[in-house]
Write a protein that binds this ligand. Structure first.
Ligand code: PLP
Length: 393
């Protein structure tokens, strides 16, 4: 990706790959080590009692306790803030830790939330089965037009919760238009950007207030770490999220932060290969007589393909498809024949994965047997041949 601006210092304002490699690193302070130190510690010592008493002042140079802050995690947060074009980032122990923190920071008892219907299903469960205890209500919008979201807003709506593309059907929203109408009503927007990763989309530039990730997915990329992050520009929201995180305790472990820093080094090259492999498999499926429909925003047949091309710099490799034969037996037959592609949840890692089911978040809108495929980094010919042979009689 091109640098954002011609800058005198590519280490702080250069291209995406340069920032992943160098932003925020102070190597000479660490003996020149090219890998950052891992501060695997729960607590920190103070040089004297006066420094201890000043520990909560913003100008205090000292860390105190890892639930509140840690230098390894702080480096990850600084890098992710820069990659998402934010001014601050807060890391969490998982994507769900980030999702619940973002929602909690923006609503109060009695508020109303507008949410995309096909969001990650535990997000919907959190709104429906947890926050309902606190009098929070929610409306789920299945339509994709900005007017569909506008129609769902109520006087007490505080939060618009978005995913684009969604991780089941890969539905794409007009993010700048939806964010603008929310802003005009004083409604905060949050967007789960796990599908695209910051390499393909920076939603803060589209007017979204908070962007979040399951770092377990593409940011981590190796299926060995759980993590989450929220990035924003609004300093008040940033302080509230940091204060809440200290109380609720879903802090990222420093070793996980260190692994995620390691993963960021290769995020750009991994995303390029995920994109190429994913499109190759999606195109093969789209032309296959046993396949009814492929939901991949990079295919010209996708209903929001033109919008997706405008809004995203590229496409990740998570998508769904429908077999012509709409039965559980057909889905199971396909999954059980796969050899390179594993049967398993999650995505964004080096390995190809598939799961099948009746939608992934039905929202009461019917029953279609879908297979969700995450195309990994194995050789594209092996993945394509595996999927093709699994479709045979
Ligand atoms: N957002 C999306 C779109 C997801 O698919 C997931 C997990 O599958 C999450 C968030 C939650 O992330 P985590 O499993 O790291 O809590």
């Amino acid at each position: 990706m091109e640098p954002r601006s011609r800058s005198s210092d590519p280490l702080t304002d250069g291209g995406f790959e340069t920032l992943c490699a160098h932003y925020g690193e102070h190597r000479l302070a660490h003996g020149g080590a090219v890998a950052p130190p891992l501060y695997q510690t729960s607590t920190f010592l103070f040089p004297d009692a006066e420094a201890f008493d000043r520990r909560e002042l913003p100008q205090s140079p000292y860390y105190s306790y890892t639930r509140i802050g840690n230098p390894t995690t702080a480096l990850l947060e600084a890098k992710l803030a820069q990659l998402e074009h934010g001014t601050w980032a807060r890391a969490f122990a998982s994507g769900m830790g980030a999702i619940t923190a973002a929602i909690n920071a923006t609503i109060r008892s009695g508020d109303h939330v507008v949410c995309v219907a096909h969001c990650y299903s535990p997000t919907r469960r959190y709104l429906e089965q947890y926050l309902d205890r606190f009098g929070v209500t929610a409306t789920y919008v299945a339509g994709l037009e900005p007017a569909d979201f506008e129609a769902a807003l109520r006087p007490n709506t505080r939060l618009l919760y978005l995913e684009s593309p969604t991780s089941g059907y890969c539905e794409v929203l007009d993010v700048p238009a939806v964010a603008a109408l929310a802003r005009a009503r004083g409604v905060v927007t949050v967007l789960d950007n796990s599908w695209a990763s910051p390499y393909f989309q920076q939603p803060l530039d589209h007017g979204v207030d908070l962007v979040l990730h399951s770092a377990t997915k593409y940011i981590g990329g190796h299926s060995d770490t759980l993590g989450g992050v929220i990035v924003g520009r609004d300093a008040v929201l940033g302080r509230r999220i940091a204060a809440d995180a200290e109380l609720l305790g879903a802090t990222l472990d420093p070793f996980a932060a260190w692994l995620l820093l390691r993963s960021l080094r290769t995020l750009a090259v991994r995303m390029e290969r995920h994109q190429a492999n994913g499109l190759a498999v999606a195109e093969m499926l789209a032309a296959h007589p046993k396949v009814r429909r492929v939901f991949h925003p990079g295919l010209p047949s996708h209903p929001q393909h033109a919008l997706a091309r405008r809004q995203l710099r590229g496409f990740s490799s998570l998508f769904s498809f429908m077999l012509v034969e709409q039965t559980q037996e057909a889905v199971h037959r396909f999954l059980n024949r796969l050899r390179v592609v594993g049967i398993g949840v999650s995505w964004g890692g080096y390995e190809s994965l598939a799961v099948g089911g009746v939608l992934f978040n039905s929202g009461g809108d019917g029953g279609q047997w879908l297979i969700r495929l995450h195309v990994g980094l194995e050789h594209v010919d092996d993945i394509r041949a595996d999927v093709r042979q699994a479709l045979e009689d």
